[in-house]
Ligand binder design. Sequence first.
Ligand SMILES: [Zn+2]
Ligand SMILES: [Zn+2]
Length: 120
Amino acid sequence: MHCFNHPQTAAIGTCKCCNRGLCTDCASDLGHGLACRDRHEAQVEAMNMIIEKNARIYAAAPKNILIGPVFFLLLGLLFAGFGYFSSGGITDLPFLMGLAFIIFAIVSYVRSRALFREEP
Ligand SMILES: [Zn+2]
Ligand SMILES: [Zn+2]
């Protein structure tokens, strides 16, 4: 591959914005990637910021996986406890609903764990 502006010069990389080949004279190294000097520096900088932001959100996700399951677990315990103590026992509808919520909480917890298992 050769530089887009200098066909005789070998390119050291491509612009993250327009994917054109860039030589050392034309490339601007922004730390995370190359950009056309004086042309796409601002765009590539913005792209890097978005990518970095997404990476941070994704990294934080495994810490949030408990919120949903815990909510359903508490709801399930509430229903099950209410059904068990105040009405007809474990065959009554509130208890069975509570049981369903608890099962749903466990299933969603296991599923989100599997989803983020590859993360460090
Ligand atoms: Zn460019
Ligand atoms: Zn060049």
